[in-house]
Design a protein around this ligand. Structure first.
Ligand code: PGA
Length: 258
């Protein structure tokens, strides 16, 4: 473990997979299996589907696992059928909100400007705010990766108040490395992109940008987790498939925390 912080940040996005009951069982198992890992060294978070959030918050000790939402609307309330507000999430104990996951951008037309609105609303309500960025395969092929990520960060963070920066985490998830069809990224490439993200954050906020943890996500699993976490610019991991089984997730946690 070589990141820039005294602790590692590790979380899992459950996407549209687990039911309410499966989520609760998963979280109880995860909490038990990870009980021996000091939370001074680790911040652990899980993002269940919306319908499981209330029971998820009740099922866990919030000092051991932080529960987050996979998305959130920016308006306080209103005629936005199917959307969920900050007040709704806060009222059930949710502490973290994710904005801009690659699947939201790719499948649901989410733009950088929409991500920015979500980020500002989330910070305004005091949530830990996880912003996902990452280039597509075409951006990479044409040499536009850094420019793409710079633009994503610039817009997502536009107008963030100075005293809100401490609540921001970034997940770098190259679109071409995520999910079943994902291609495994080279850890050295990931390290370079993290260095670029850190530098961009400092350009956006010279005072606070350097204090933002940057997590890596995209086909992380038990066998490659150390290769990523051992990169000096990688402050944590954001894991999909390999973390959906609590035993496997805890094996990864124990491996990277030992
Ligand atoms: P994966 O998903 O670990 O299954 O590639 C990562 C993500 O989409 O956040």
């Amino acid at each position: 473990m070589t990141g820039r912080f005294s602790q590692v940040f590790v979380g899992s996005n459950h996407k549209m997979y687990k039911t309410n009951q499966q989520t609760v069982e998963y979280l109880r198992a995860l909490q038990d299996l990870s009980a021996d890992i000091s939370r001074t060294d680790l911040t652990l978070f899980v993002l269940p589907p919306y319908v499981a959030l209330a029971d998820a918050c009740r099922a866990i000790d919030p000092t051991l696992i932080m529960i987050g939402a996979q998305n959130m609307h920016w308006a306080e309330q209103g005629e936005f059928t199917g959307e969920i507000s900050a007040r709704m999430l806060a009222s059930i104990g949710v502490r973290l909100v994710m904005a801009g996951h690659a699947e939201r951008r790719r499948l649901f037309g989410e733009t950088d400007e929409m991500v920015n609105r979500r980020v500002l609303a989330s910070l305004q309500h005091g949530f830990q705010t996880l912003i996902c960025v990452g280039e597509t395969a075409d951006d990479k092929r044409f040499g536009d990766s850094k420019e793409h990520i710079r633009a994503q960060l610039n817009t997502a963070l536009h107008g963030v108040a100075e005293d809100h920066w401490e609540k921001i985490w970034i997940a770098y998830e190259p679109v071409w490395a995520i999910g079943e069809a994902g291609e495994l990224a080279d850890p050295l490439y990931v390290n370079q992109m993290h260095a670029w993200i850190h530098a961009t954050l400092v350009r956006v906020s010279p005072q606070f940008g350097g204090r933002v943890p940057v997590l890596y996500g995209g086909s992380v699993n038990l066998s490659n987790s150390l290769d990523f976490i051992n990169q000096p610019e990688v402050d944590g991991l954001f894991i999909g498939r390999a973390a959906w089984d609590p035993v496997n997730f805890c094996s990864i946690l124990h491996k990277i925390m030992s």
